[in-house]
Design a binder for this molecule. Structure first.
Ligand code: SF4
Length: 569
């Protein structure tokens, strides 16, 4: 059977578990009878980098000059003040051990400190060479050649060339889609698309993924034509129906480009056309299809599959949220029956032990329905983690039943404990419920991770100290605090209406830099940065078993051993 479409997830992204976009699209297109292949070049590239550069980069970090220049975040993970201490701490890694396969087998057998140390090394090896300069102006003009040159390397291009992509093209493949979730992935998509187009101009390229709305908003309308030097079609939004119709159009000449939802293309007169948006009937989409993925390449000790029970966000109001508004406000959820049916089907097909719900947040009411359905169908052989919102609706009964059915970890976006700021960011939570939820989940053996943000516009030092105190107070119920300095992102409400949030000025090229006031008094951002660096970040490190949710999830400490399940496993 001829291949209709090859979907590629390019570097650089998560290396612990597969990303859901490609399996979701593959599941849908295969259910329609199309021949689709998915390639996670991100995980392939990660393994190649560790194998080929791991030892050399580890050695490089043992050099005073390199170590001194490291970002504080890395130093906090390595828990080493200088290169000498780093070298001593890295002695547990034998020469030649930094290989993807070795680590895959042994990673979780190291001590927790060693695992976190290794995780820091991986992040450094994989992400430290990403493009870190301001790129907004270049992106607005779509002048990306120099960035592509800087990011490109022999290793990166060989990841594409050494893969089955080129063989498939020689066998007749004519349509390739790249899915990007970040600028880093998008720039690699551009590099790969250009390589393919130079060798095989007959191949049509599609750019898609959650980064596309940012791209389309940022590139000036009169410069958008230039994107089509690298690709033929852009899918700006959900891709299921769009890809189905693009395949029909390109392979069978059926339909019109103008009728394909979420499509952006250049018409015969050279004009860039943006078609109307469409949101899929999410309930009717089949479960994801992970068939082509090699689970052995990911750093998960047992198979953990990502799964989405909803798209969009049921809350949707946070003023700092930079998710595309179209996506955020179009909340759709599958019924609990369908969710559990999908989970059972995945389990049967892949024998996975774990599920990671990657919904923006599952509300307690929905969790209750899912738990009841799992109980009814006796689906009790999975362990799982999920994202939620702090809520007064959680009850002991629900949390205990969720734990009995395998819930090991929950992630809450708390951001701040301060009521004034909670109102400003329209988080819709209360300090009382934060503490209540954390102690409730912890009591029943579910690990809590919370996200925190430091340095919101108008946030005063005393308000940061308040959060520090509250973090300490809640620390017995926390396994991880993932925190960072506030970034004024372009897609969020605060950026669109700065005056409403006391923002006086901002640097369009650096989201960390802005001026804000509280009751007319200018906030000293340098003081905020220094408080974050000296007090907030070290505390967060101290309170967290790890900076990585997978490590917190998988690595069991004595008191983290799973409780007896309510149902037999
Ligand atoms: S930050 Fe999270 S909870 Fe808030 S609107 Fe965005 S996705 Fe929803």
């Amino acid at each position: 059977m001829d291949m209709d479409l090859l979907l590629i997830s390019p570097p650089y992204w998560d290396f612990y578990s597969p990303f859901l976009a490609l399996p979701s699209l593959s599941g849908f297109l295969r259910s329609k009878g199309f021949a689709v292949r998915q390639l996670d070049l991100n995980i392939v590239h990660f393994n190649r980098m560790i194998d080929k550069q791991g030892d050399a980069i580890l050695k490089e970090l043992q050099n005073d000059h390199v170590y001194d220049g490291l970002d504080t975040a890395y130093k906090n993970v390595f828990k080493a003040n200088d290169a000498k201490e780093f070298t001593r701490k890295s002695a547990f890694i034998q020469p030649g051990q930094l290989s993807g396969q070795f680590l895959k087998k042994n990673f979780y057998q190291f001590t927790l400190d060693e695992i976190n140390f290794l995780d820091g090394i991986f992040h450094y090896i994989y992400f430290n060479q990403l493009y870190k300069k301001n790129y907004w102006d270049k992106l607005a003009e779509f002048e990306l050649d120099s960035i592509m040159e800087e990011v490109s390397s022999e290793l990166l291009t060989d990841t594409l060339l050494g893969n089955e992509c080129m063989t498939l093209i020689q066998q007749g493949l004519r349509l390739i889609g790249f899915s990007s979730t970040s600028f880093d992935q998008f720039i690699v998509s551009c590099i790969y698309a250009r390589m393919i187009k130079r060798i095989h101009p007959e191949v049509k390229i599609i750019f898609g993924g959650s980064y596309i709305p940012v791209l389309v908003k940022t590139v000036r309308p009169d410069k958008q034509k230039k994107i089509f030097d690298l690709c033929d079609y852009i899918v700006n939004g959900e891709g299921e129906t769009a890809l189905e119709l693009i395949i029909q159009y390109t392979s069978k000449g059926q339909g019109e480009l103008a009728d394909i939802p979420n499509l952006c293309f250049m018409d015969s007169s050279g004009q860039v056309v943006h078609n109307a948006a469409k949101f899929e009937n999410f309930q009717q989409l089949p479960e994801p299809d992970f068939n082509d993925l090699d689970f052995e390449l990911y750093l998960m000790p047992e198979i953990m599959l990502p799964y989405q029970s909803s798209r969009g966000c049921f809350w949707g109001h946070c003023t700092f949220c930079d998710h595309d508004a179209n996506y955020r406000y179009n909340f759709r959820s599958k019924t609990a029956e369908t969710v559990v049916e999908n989970l059972a089907a995945l389990k049967k097909k892949y024998n996975n032990q774990h599920i990671q719900f990657v919904d923006e947040a599952i509300k307690p009411e929905k969790l209750k329905e899912i738990v009841a359905e799992m109980e009814a169908r006796e689906l009790n052989s999975l362990d799982w983690m999920y994202y939620s919102r702090i809520s007064g609706e959680y009850t002991d009964d629900l949390v205990q039943r969720a734990r009995a059915l395998g819930c090991r970890l929950v992630l809450f976006g708390v951001e701040t404990f301060n009521l004034r700021l909670i109102k400003m960011i329209r988080k819709g939570i209360s300090e009382k419920n934060i503490s209540k939820n954390l102690s409730m989940f912890s009591k029943f053996g579910i690990k809590n991770i919370i996200w925190m943000i430091c340095g919101f516009p108008s946030q005063r030092e005393e308000e940061i100290w308040y959060d520090i105190d509250k973090l300490k107070e809640n620390s017995p119920n926390l396994k991880g605090v993932f925190a960072g300095l506030y970034r004024l992102e372009r897609n969020c409400d605060m950026y669109s209406a700065p005056g409403k949030f006391n923002i006086i000025d901002s640097d369009p090229d650096n989201p960390y830099i802005f001026k804000s006031h509280y009751n007319g008094e200018l906030i000293d951002q340098n003081q905020i940065f220094s408080l974050y660096k000296q007090e907030y970040a070290p505390l967060v490190s101290e309170l967290s078993r790890s900076h990585n949710r997978y490590i917190i999830y998988f690595r069991q400490e004595e008191q983290d051993e799973p409780l007896e399940r309510g149902l037999s496993k």
